[in-house]
Design a protein around this ligand. Structure first.
Ligand code: WT7
Length: 659
């Protein structure tokens, strides 16, 4: 389906789904009236609302007396600034004495079905303390950075919480990223320690990871130690003096309880790199008190997590979804979080449903791309398992098209479960707009309404709010506790990316409209960022990877509609003089991008183009390239400023050759 017809089908979507009545009385938010009241309270008195919320949800060493002291014009954002707390204490220690000591904190399901580990709160506490001691022995101090480059193994959660315990910032790099991507991120944050693994188990294969880490560390002088988790029992090369095995470190007899650092609310918690429309990925910084309050709060509102629930978010911890809704949100609430190492399709397309059945999962959170891929495999896979334990379904990463929504609702949700379509971003820390499962009437394809505390609006290019049903820029007009506090060591980029265009507001970069009922319909990015399977990719980054290949003179990358991934990567490449076009070169360029960035950035389509549509001032007219990549050969808009309009027909011919 083309982008245009997808948007059309969303605009015509009129079906309504009422929240379930069964279970409503036990829900954290029981009715739409309750939501309205919370929302009103949060807008009338944000400080009062959030101070109450944080005292209800978290345990502070010193209670904050102040809510927010922020000015989005500057920008300057602070929450709870006179309070002190520790994230690991909130996620672990306090649950040892609140009746949850022997409750499962993390249920880990490895890729092989028999690989299961269950960590009670006591066990997880002990492991985290041990690893915190290891980090301290390695000289990691409060404020230092630790890079984590790991597959979905329990050690990843343990290492995160160990960093939080000693006040070090973690910077997690998704294990699917290349050595070069890892190197750039380590260099940017000057990490002292890297934690990685010998290999990744994926779809039945063992993919070495340590060689990537070694490659990256060739030019990372700040890293003095590398701790290696032995996941696959493979013979990873170890550099003496620098590399040690996780298990050896954890077996030392001088490890023990580590006093949690008393962190100020505004002390840094972590950095997570994310792609933007220009330049290298930026290090989004989140801090301690506001972030934890926000993820704990949204965990309750959006997923209605209750004490006996088994909750499963299928994301990778390498993305923000995993940070906030596999580790920090669930554990702050004393919940049970399932962590899965594998993929949805291996050994068969019922793997997710088999796991739901095996652990009697109650709350399930995944991405539209997964739903669309599994939809294609046929409903029979869903019917092989008992999924009656489920009560709330969630979606994240991109707009969920009504077809996928209906399939999810009918086949996974037995035509009765609510779907919470959660809109948010790496920068927002937690979910911003979403239904509340027992309160909100659903419209398939809409993330419905902003959560309490979130002042979302749609504005035109001047920053003026547009009337209902008109599209525009999605902005947030009030600070919220979970928002990013900076771009690591780059205040200018922080300001110019998020706060300059619309003074006094946070600019999301997304386009959306709000309908006559106040429901939001997010359409996707307005900037040069594409969303591949719910993962954000900057076109500029892929272009610079392509151009770094000697055969390439120029490259322009755009998103193209894709049935399963939502969008995929389409690259127009102009070759250097004297280089011949060939299929081998296409393969080579793909390999090159995988090496520079990672497999997720590898272009689906590469079209050789002798010329690109440029204006007389030399700017590439991307909307023309986007149309052609989508197979749309008219509606180019005003092309009168093009230096050579004939380029368009040549590009259309080229499209037909490769598609
Ligand atoms: C971008 C953020 C935060 C979770 C994972 C992605 C798109 C995310 C939705 C949704 C429509 C969505 C937006 C946003 N997005 N969720 N429910 N409906 N669009 O995090 O990599 O920071 O990407 O993902 O375009 O800006 P991210």
């Amino acid at each position: 389906m083309s982008e245009q017809s997808k948007i059309q089908s969303m605009m015509q979507e009129k079906r309504l789904f009422e929240p379930p009545t069964e279970g409503q009385d036990k829900a954290w938010v029981k009715s739409i009236d309750e939501y309205e009241a919370l929302y009103k309270q949060s807008m009338d008195d944000p400080d009062g609302f959030w101070l109450n919320r944080t005292k209800d949800l978290l345990t502070w060493f010193k209670d904050p007396t102040k809510g927010s002291t922020s000015d989005l014009n500057k920008p300057e954002v602070k929450w709870f600034e006179d309070g002190t707390l520790n994230v690991a204490y909130n996620c672990l220690d306090r649950h040892l004495t609140d009746g949850r000591r022997n409750k499962a904190a993390i249920i880990w399901q490895g890729e092989p079905d028999e690989d299961v580990k269950v960590y009670t709160y006591q066990m997880l506490h002990d492991e985290v303390n041990k690893f915190a001691s290891v980090l301290k022995k390695k000289g990691v101090k409060r404020g230092d950075r630790v890079a984590l480059y790991l597959p979905m193994v329990p050690e990843l959660s343990i290492a995160m919480l160990a960093c939080a315990r000693i006040g070090a910032m973690h910077s997690i790099v998704f294990a699917g990223f290349s050595a070069m991507s890892l190197q750039n991120r380590i260099q940017d944050c000057e990490a002292k320690v890297l934690v990685t693994a010998d290999a990744v188990l994926r779809a039945g294969r063992t993919i070495p990871l340590k060689p990537n880490a070694d490659e990256a560390l060739k030019d990372c002088p700040t890293v003095s130690s590398c701790v290696v988790v032995n996941r696959a029992g493979s013979d990873a090369p170890m550099q003496s003096g620098r590399d040690t095995w996780w298990n050896d470190e954890m077996a030392a007899d001088d490890l023990g309880f580590v006093e949690p650092e008393k962190m100020n609310a505004e002390d840094n918690l972590f950095i997570l790199y994310t792609s933007g429309s220009t330049g290298k990925p930026k290090g989004v910084v989140h801090t301690t008190g506001g972030y934890l309050t926000y993820v704990a709060s949204t965990m309750q509102y959006v997923f209605d997590m209750q004490d006996n629930d088994v909750y499963w978010c299928t994301a990778d911890i390498g993305w923000v979804t995993g940070h906030s809704y596999i580790v920090y949100g669930p554990l702050a609430n004393g919940g049970t979080s399932l962590m899965f190492e594998g993929v949805p399709s291996y050994p068969a397309p019922d793997r997710f449903w088999q796991i739901v059945d095996k652990f009697k999962v109650n709350i399930f959170y995944t991405a539209p791309t997964v739903i669309r891929a599994l939809m294609r495999e046929g409903v029979e896979w869903t019917q092989k398992h008992d999924m009656s334990s489920l009560r709330v379904l969630g979606s994240v990463g991109e707009p969920i098209n009504p077809e996928a929504w209906m399939w999810y609702h009918e086949h996974i949700g037995a035509s009765k479960l609510p779907i919470v379509d959660t809109w948010w971003q790496t920068e927002t820390g937690g979910i911003m707009m979403s239904p509340m499962p027992y309160a909100t009437t659903l419209k398939p394809g809409s993330c419905t309404r902003p959560l309490p505390g979130i002042d979302a609006a749609i504005v035109d290019s001047e920053g003026v709010e547009v009337p209902a049903n008109e599209g525009g820029n999605l902005v947030i007009r009030k600070p919220w506790p979970g928002m990013l506090r900076g771009v690591y060591r780059n205040p200018d980029r922080y300001k110019s990316t998020y706060f300059e265009r619309f003074p006094g507001m946070y600019e999301s970069g997304d386009g959306a409209r709000r309908d006559e009922d106040g429901y939001f319909w997010v359409m996707g990015r307005l900037d040069d960022v594409i969303n591949v399977s719910g993962h954000r990719m900057g076109t500029a980054e892929i272009e610079s990877a392509l151009v770094s290949h000697p055969a390439v003179a120029e490259a322009a990358v755009v998103g193209m509609p894709h049935d399963i991934k939502g969008e995929s990567i389409y690259a127009y490449v102009t070759l250097s003089a004297g280089i011949e076009e060939s299929d081998e070169l296409i393969v080579e360029l793909r390999t090159h991008v995988r090496k520079e960035i990672g497999p997720i950035a590898s272009p689906e389509a590469i079209q050789f183009a002798e010329g690109l549509p440029k204006t007389r001032s030399g700017k590439i007219m991307r909307r023309v390239l986007r149309k052609i990549a989508a197979g749309v050969f008219d509606e180019f808009g005003d092309t009168s400023t093009l230096a050579d309009p004939a380029v368009i027909d040549v590009l259309i011919d080229g499209y037909h050759e490769i598609m």
